[in-house]
Design a protein around this ligand. Structure first.
Ligand code: GLY
Length: 343
């Protein structure tokens, strides 16, 4: 590996190509699940992780399902609905902050232990996009429905149209419009660094199966029609029941450029712990995206043994971790400066 690396450097293959080859060269090791001596240990289960402080209530709901022996898929679907239904959570579902035209549009995806997945993008007027995403997975031959088609599908499944723009969110949008007129950079959407953004949730159930869900109203004041990472399988969420699961929060464009959740699962397949995999995926962003200091991305990961990881670009990324021994809210380690220096 070392000699291959130096050979590639000597012949001047650029960094992206080198990384690709580097990944390929790991592939013989990558054939085997990484757990090695961990295989001897009993897995910690059930486990559920979710993003941000507001996700604690969502974790509590998911825990009820997991602790009573329920399926991880049901746990994550029911868990994230707690945030979707809470009008005080202004980055998900009802009460989500609108785009710059004052319209609330929602993105979500879900993935189960069999590799089945479903997603909705740019869904308007339906409070629980995660339930629609699950129905797309279970009742259609497709993986993603968007816009009017997603809304029509939801209505055909018994959902009702609702006004998702609460008075509070409307007032914030009107304030933003007034202020952005005098702003030197009025087109900049709001990037949430602390205590805000998408809820991503991943879980390992008592049966040892993994699933995940992700749901959001996206960046506040985004361009009308913008879709972020949250409905993109592999970007905001990925589950491989042989290896682990990962989810993302933060600036969707940055996550989409690196397919962060898929990357983390593949890093775990190569032998990394969930923590190492999250750190390496964050470094992939900070190395390649020169404006990374200006935005936030946070990742969570879990492996088949119930080990967990969390990492973010900036300070302030909180997450919730429940397993039989703990019910905790933590702040992820972050090492932006070190990451830049070291890599
Ligand atoms: N991560 C949410 C978004 O960028 O839309």
């Amino acid at each position: 590996m070392t000699s291959r690396r130096s050979f590639l450097k000597r012949i001047g293959i650029g960094f992206p190509a080198f990384s690709l080859l580097g990944l390929a060269s790991f592939s013989s090791k990558a054939q085997e699940p990484h757990f090695g001596s961990d295989n001897q240990k009993a897995a910690i289960k059930p486990v559920v992780l979710s993003t941000w402080k507001f996700g604690f209530a969502a974790n509590e709901k998911a825990w009820e399902v997991l602790n009573s022996g329920g399926r991880a898929l049901d746990a994550v679907e029911q868990g994230v609905q707690v945030s979707e239904n809470d009008p005080k959570v202004t980055s998900v579902g009802l009460g989500g902050l609108p785009d710059r035209e004052g319209k609330v549009s929602l993105d979500a995806c879900i993935m189960d232990e069999k590799g089945n997945c479903g997603a909705v993008a740019y869904l308007q007027g339906i409070k629980n996009p995660i339930r629609v995403a699950r129905l797309v997975m279970e009742k259609t031959p497709h993986i993603m429905l968007a816009g009017k088609g997603a809304q029509n599908f939801a209505l055909s499944q018994g959902f009702s149209l609702e006004n998702l723009l609460t008075e509070e969110s409307k007032a914030r949008w009107e304030k933003w419009k007034l202020e952005s007129n005098s702003d030197s950079n009025p087109d900049k959407p709001e990037i949430n660094v602390e205590d805000h953004d998408t809820i991503g949730m991943i879980a390992l159930d008592k049966n040892g199966d993994l699933s995940g869900a992700c749901t959001t109203s996206g960046l506040a004041w985004k361009m009308h029609g913008r879709v972020g990472d949250s409905p993109i399988i592999g970007a905001a969420l990925y589950v491989d029941n042989e290896v682990g699961a990962a989810t993302a929060t933060g600036k969707g464009e940055a996550v989409m450029k690196s397919l962060g959740s898929f990357l983390i699962v593949e890093f775990m397949r190569q032998g990394m712990s969930p923590q190492e995999a999250c750190e390496k995926a964050i470094r992939r962003i900070t190395e390649r995206q020169p404006d990374a200091k200006e935005f936030q991305v946070g990742y969570l990961a879990i492996n088949k043994q119930g080990e967990t990881g969390a990492y973010s670009i900036q300070k302030g990324f909180t997450y919730n971790a429940f397993d039989p021994n703990r019910k905790e809210q933590n702040t992820s380690g972050h090492r932006f400066e070190t990451a830049i220096r070291t890599y």
